[in-house]
Design a protein around this ligand. Structure first.
Ligand code: SF4
Length: 338
């Protein structure tokens, strides 16, 4: 299968009064057409900045300092803003976290929904309206003709998020980036939105990148998962690799902080103690070393390379080195390198 997106050695920094914040450090990954990729990590891990770099929606003090981004075979890293506008909203759609701050409260839902079509497709208002009605139906909004004339405050939180999804999909993009699309919603609406994204992925063969801090969210939707910490990808693999054969203590920490109704993990929920590293001055060794129960001398001195666990799984942790001491994976009761 062809890759729709390839990111190679991406580095993004923010220039602040305190100095250069290296928010994304040497991030590489790819996404195949029609697949869903989950990017998971806690706040400040660099997941949203990675996506904002791809969309070139960084704030004025942010800059891509190295690396390449290839979308559908074209290197888009250095495209001019006007050239990128032709891709954003048309071939790449984005769903933001909070629909109330992303939708304009002064414009009707219909006008906001039709805008990408009018800008990118140059179609008539009547055609755009028909398409908008079709999209509202697709995302499960009843009475779409009437709803088009309403304003965002007349919609519930879940309905507004559905409108955001409809807006992101209206031009039938090849790739949709969803940045924590369910964080502001209650769990029942969250389940509906995830079901909707799954459905759309199947029906429209859309590739999806789902950014979240919650591994539970990606379990159902995503084919591949990247775990980010301290501005880098610390582990990546298929859903099965990450949930059943993780080789990184940070991923174990994330898994132990997710409630597990099937009780696969037989222990109490356990938070990851400590704070993420200061990216003004990133540690020279493993970024997780200060919080890791298994840190060794080498972890403080040398950044772990990506150890290939299988064709699909890579883990950046020294415990995967053949000479590393054997420790028991707390989730599986199995030792590393076994
Ligand atoms: Fe922990 Fe060392 Fe592995 Fe980093 S490299 S996660 S500090 S054991």
């Amino acid at each position: 299968m062809e890759n729709i997106l390839e990111v190679n050695n991406l580095c993004t920094s923010f220039y602040t009064y305190a100095g250069e914040v290296k928010a994304v450090r040497d991030v590489s990954f790819s996404l195949k057409k029609g697949d869903a990729l989950g990017i998971v990590g806690e706040s400040g891990s660099g997941k949203s900045v990675t996506m904002m770099s791809i969309m070139r929606l960084l704030s004025d003090n942010g800059k891509i300092t190295d690396g390449t981004i290839t979308f559908s075979g074209t290197n888009i890293t250095n495209l001019k803003k006007s050239e990128l506008k032709a891709i954003r909203g048309d071939r790449i759609g984005m769903i933001f976290q909070d629909p109330m701050t992303s939708l304009n409260p002064l414009l009707t839902i219909g006008r906001q929904l039709m805008e990408p079509l009018v800008v990118h497709r140059k179609i008539s208002k009547a055609e755009a309206e028909n398409k908008a009605i079709e999209m509202l139906k697709l995302v499960g909004i009843p009475e779409p003709e009437r709803r088009l004339k309403q304003y965002p405050h007349e919609f519930s939180g879940g309905m507004r998020q559905r409108v955001m999804i409809a807006t992101a999909l209206i031009c039938e993009p090849e790739l949709v980036i969803a940045d924590e699309p369910t964080t502001a919603l209650d769990v029942t609406i969250q389940a509906q939105i995830l079901e909707l994204l799954k459905d759309i992925k199947e029906k429209m063969n859309t590739s999806i990148i789902m950014i979240t801090h919650d591994l539970g969210i990606v379990a159902d939707l995503c084919d591949m998962i990247n775990v980010m910490y301290g501005g880098t990808i610390v582990e990546r693999g298929t859903k099965r690799d990450i949930f059943y054969n993780s080789r990184h203590p940070y991923t174990w920490g994330l898994l132990r902080s997710v409630p597990n109704p099937k009780n696969l993990i037989k222990e109490r929920l356990k938070p990851i103690e400590g704070q993420p590293p200061n990216l003004l001055n990133p540690p020279k060794g493993c970024p997780f070393a200060a919080r890791c129960d298994y840190a060794m001398g080498v972890c403080l001195e040398k950044k772990p390379q990506g150890f290939e666990i299988s064709d699909t799984q890579v883990s950046a942790c020294w415990l995967n080195h053949p000479d590393a001491p054997r420790i028991e994976n707390p989730l599986l009761g199995r030792k590393n390198n076994e």
